[in-house]
Design a protein around this ligand. Sequence first.
Ligand code: MEZ
Length: 533
Amino acid sequence: MYKIEKLNELAKIVAEKRTVNASLEPRRMTAEEKDSLLAQFHPDYKQDEFTVLSAGVNKGDKVPSQLAELLQGKSRISVGDVDLSAPDYDTDVLIIGGGGAGASAAIEADEAGVKTMIVTKLRIGDANTMMAEGGIQAADKPGDSPAVHYLDAFGGGHFAAKPELVNTLVTKAPEAIRWLNNLGVEFDKEADGTMITTHGGGTSRKRMHAAKDYTGAEIMRTLRDEVLNRGIPVVDFTAAVEIILDSKGNAAGAVLMNMETKELLVARAKTVIIATGGAGRLHYQGFPTSNHYGATADGLILGYRVGAKLLYADTLQYHPTGTGYPEQIFGALVTEKVRSLGAKLVNIDGDVFMHPLETRDVTAASIIRECTERKKGVETSLGSAVWLDTPMIEYKNGEGTIEKRIPAMMRMFGKYGIDIRKEPILVYPTLHYQNGGLEIAPDCSTVVENLYAAGEAAGGIHGRNRLMGNSLLDVIVFGRNAGINAAEKAKETAVPERLTLEHIDVFGKELEAAGIMAETASPMLLPKYARKK
Ligand code: MEZ
């Protein structure tokens, strides 16, 4: 473990090699090299970190062990805890989650003229959308097309995505950008109004649209304003703890829990959208996370217990460049845009060890190999890390580029006395994204009638690895889609009768029969280290 003085010494080696490194064009790995690298070093391939499910619709499938514990956990409520005949809320479309997908769904459902309501366990905007930094993809420039975007996304996801979902994602992308622009998102533009676009890992065209390095926050700000301006009801600090079904087994609302008083409430709805986001706060395999405090996989549990299927729940995204040092921001996101702007990954000897814009799974595995097998990482009190040579950005693009294009990065490190314009920073993979989730069709429906899912809670759009900027895109495209389709379905659905929570007992019996003593209450709602009072 090196002390700060030694780190400063090591950073000098990076500075000495900068001129040579800046002109290097590291070769891309072959498909065989990538496969072998992933199999040896990517956390998704560590078999002993996964558990095979013994109950539910995905019985026989493996998922991360922490997730299995929750999926096969016990409900927070019993069937008799609430009076289902006297709902506290009655709505057409109930949206669970107040992030980018939930807000987009709410705007479209409201636009369709149906009664819409958002419930969120924290506040609207407390979500991973807010934390996304580098940009949102859309093929809307000459020389690019949705077809090329499709090939990048499908290939980047190891050809495992559902083709019809990727097709929806890429063909609706240009319209998603126009929609956001018209709502008021302040995208980076040239003086003539043309959007500035850059590359991301695995993109063959420059199609990353950004609002500096706080693109997600800017998008979320705009969506939240729109939801509030429209007067869409938002019930905050209120978590959904169970989906309610009707006598036909269709989704018909949710049991809600006030996060402060623990009071239980009933929301009856004609259609329900799960838009609860990701799972970073489960800290799979002990990784730190770039995720929002509320990212505890709740939607997966809610959906699974009523029979919605999971797809690719065994694949996670470890963002290659989480902050490796200092401790106060350990695991926080260092946007891929830093590499898009020209910064390279460098080991303890100051040597560039890979192309900086390989896809994320490959880049993360490559960093892990450098720090483990090759022992070329820099040891700090927090573990091993590699250098990301940020001053190279200004060396290549001129002074002032960092402040102009990635001011949030500059501020984040500046608070700890690190000037990223002058010194390289230390990075290591951080748990960033849940590639899988509830399986959906392009209209966002799940196999449970009247139950929809969108955003990070949905699976199948990105296959086994997601490209940068396709998540912000996915929350907008599929969030809007869910809102539109759930609203249409609500219009042709009668007010549900005979609400039931019988599935809790049915699932409980299935667990028992499988010999599982469900002890963990789920959904989790807040991370393990949350203050209890
Ligand atoms: O899509 C993302 O995950 C994203 C934009 C992250 C980033 O590196 O900025």
